[in-house]
Design a protein around this ligand. Structure first.
Ligand code: 5GP
Ligand code: MN
Length: 338
């Protein structure tokens, strides 16, 4: 993989580009994709955002979402566009299987792949150009740097600012995680100077729950949560019946795992949710318990040191029992954590 700086000169020649991110794109994946989309369009390129799957309805307000193609809804069109592309920008993921059923299409395309991402252990040989930096708060921070460092900061308009702010805000837990550096605050200051209305974005993302979602959460805390104080761990297992009963939609379980970490003394939080084709794990930790390694070792996953995900093909009860057995190995590490 060549450095991203080596790609900058190509920004001046017209090209066809596809932008994609990981399946079930979150605020950072969607924010970075749409910010880059508006930027490349402003430069005069032919650009399409293709999401591997659908996304949460609380991201619908973002400028440009109406133009995003959901691969699962519109395969033919997406495949044609990918096959004609010169470049595929791969944002907020670093290994192609995170694009689910889009993976073979991306692999077959002759387009050059460009990586911009902040997760650990990137599969760099799969990309022609790119940047992978785990110290970055968000992919949106990296897209901001991409625009500024390629000499185009004058092209950052209010649409781009709103998209970038969304990923900066969601991936830093509203500017509270250790990844929230002075650079992050400087970027936000710049976006504010451009006229960004940040409180509207917080409302659009966080004050958009259905009644069912709150009832689901109440039920989950009451009936689906187990605290294992001897391991400083909290675990929640969500059966499919809950998803149906409370009529949950894509994105409705996002952020739930963080509540478990708000319990005093808890250092490791884990949630497993019974999804259509697999059991999806989310892990969060405080301090130096590395959930990226934990997820990679035991649950076919990965992510960041303090936030990672994984999967299992067992039943939700079985994989939750597996987890409770596995953490026994980590007792000393978990209890010695500061
Ligand atoms: P979440 O728990 O919010 O789904 O994911 C937490 C973090 O881990 C996110 O940055 C997400 O992109 C990453 N992640 C989630 N699932 C996986 C996975 O299966 N593999 C890898 N490599 N990363 C994941
Ligand atoms: Mn991200």
């Amino acid at each position: 993989m060549q450095s991203i700086e080596q790609f900058y000169p190509f920004l001046n020649q017209p090209f066809k580009a596809v932008i994609t991110a990981h399946q079930k794109p979150d605020g950072d994946a969607m924010g970075s994709s749409l910010a880059l989309y508006h930027f490349l369009k402003n430069l005069g390129h032919d650009v399409t955002v293709i999401s591997p799957t659908n996304w949460a309805s609380f991201l619908e307000w973002m400028p440009g979402t109406k133009e995003v193609i959901d691969f699962e809804d519109n395969r033919e069109k997406a495949i044609t566009i990918i096959n004609e592309a010169d470049y595929i920008f791969c944002l907020d993921f670093n290994i192609l299987h995170r694009t689910k059923h889009l993976e073979p299409v991306i692999k077959e395309s002759k387009a050059i792949r460009i990586l911009i991402d902040h997760h650990q252990q990137p599969d760099t040989p799969s990309f022609g150009y790119g940047i992978s930096d785990v110290l970055m708060s968000s992919t949106c921070e990296m897209i901001y740097n991409f625009i500024v460092q390629s000499g185009h900061s004058n092209l950052i308009n209010l649409d781009i600012a709103a998209c970038l702010y969304t990923g900066l805000m969601t991936d830093t837990g509203s500017f509270r995680f250790p990844s929230t550096t002075a650079s992050v605050h400087k970027i936000v200051a710049h976006l504010k100077e451009l006229g960004l209305k940040h409180s509207l974005i917080h409302e659009s993302i966080y004050d958009n729950s259905t009644e069912g979602r709150l009832k689901f959460m109440g039920n989950a805390f009451l009936n689906r949560m187990t605290i294992l104080p001897e391991y400083k761990t909290a675990i929640m297992a969500i059966p499919k019946t809950d998803i149906y009963k409370f009529e949950l939609k894509t994105g409705d379980t996002e952020g739930l795992v963080n509540y478990l970490l708000s319990i005093e003394g808890i250092k490791l939080a884990a949630i497993v949710i019974d999804r259509e084709e697999e059991r999806k794990w989310s892990f969060r930790s405080k301090g130096n318990f590395d959930v990226n390694i934990f997820a990679r070792t035991h649950f076919e996953g990965g992510g960041h040191a303090n936030a990672a995900g994984g999967r299992s093909s067992k039943s939700v009860e079985e994989t939750a029992e597996d987890f409770k057995t596995i953490i026994k190995e980590y007792k000393s590490q978990l209890t010695q954590l500061k």
